[in-house]
Design a protein around this ligand. Structure first.
Ligand SMILES: *[C@@H]1O[C@H](CO)[C@@H](O)[C@H](O)[C@H]1NC(C)=O
Ligand SMILES: *[C@@H]1O[C@H](CO)[C@@H](O)[C@H](O)[C@H]1NC(C)=O
Length: 206
């Protein structure tokens, strides 16, 4: 799908051009509705379920150590999946002079959020870590392998990287490094990754 990319095991380092912030256009008087085909499918799906993608995560999502978790077909899942595509949607709205909710302003100040999935291309059971900190291990409570991941809130900065780790079920699931997503990253990507049991974001020293 259009907001997806494949991550090779060599681990990609994306160009910094994606970081250029678009100038903020004024809201136009003659703004027209966004054509339906430009609304990311995940946003359309969430909206159809009555989910406000800029609002808080729906209450049906369960909570764990630093995360929310949701299963496909639920409002919580639709919200998490939509977060991955939210920046692209906002860009489309802004390009047409359509207003975006106040929540967007607030979101700029938030920490980076990590969304990961048991299936390929951001499908399957979903976890949302709303406030990913440096050096913190992001691990689901269940013994599962994660196969795709997307950021929301903001992207990885040039001096940040996310390590992909793997370890035995019921053991140290962060034991071995097996890959890295290096910043800066582009928004709205669903990264395909090899089986991963643990994530950890760090900041480069220089
Ligand atoms: C949106 O919903 C349809 C129908 O349930 C589903 O096939 C599709 O995969 C969903 N899209 C996303 C991005 O989750
Ligand atoms: C990442 O952060 C953790 C926790 O602060 C630290 O123990 C580890 O050495 C860091 N890893 C690298 C590669 O810098």
């Amino acid at each position: 799908m259009r907001f997806s990319a494949t991550l090779s095991m060599a681990m990609a380092s994306f160009s910094a051009s994606a970081l250029a912030m678009p100038a903020e256009p004024a809201v136009r008087q003659d703004a027209v509705a966004l054509p339906a085909k430009l609304v990311p499918e995940s946003i359309a799906n969430a909206t159809a379920l009555g989910v406000d993608v800029w609002g808080p995560i729906p209450a049906d999502a369960t909570t764990g150590d630093g995360y929310y978790k949701a299963e496909p077909g639920t409002p919580g899942w639709a919200w998490i999946r939509a977060q991955v595509d939210l920046a692209a949607y906002e860009k489309e709205l802004q390009a047409r002079g359509l207003s975006v909710p106040e929540g967007v302003e607030k979101r700029q100040a938030t920490n980076i959020q990590l969304n990961f999935f048991t299936g390929d291309w951001c499908t399957g059971s979903a976890w949302h870590f709303p406030n990913l900190g440096y050096g913190v291990k992001a691990v689901p409570a269940e013994n599962v392998y994660i196969y795709s991941v997307g950021f929301s809130g903001r992207t990885l900065r040039a001096n940040e990287y996310l390590t992909l780790r793997r370890g035995d079920f019921n053991g140290d699931r962060c034991a071995e490094w097996h890959g890295t997503i290096n910043g800066p990253t582009e928004p709205n990507l669903c990264w395909q990754i090899e089986a991963t049991t643990c994530f950890r974001m760090n900041q480069s020293v220089n």
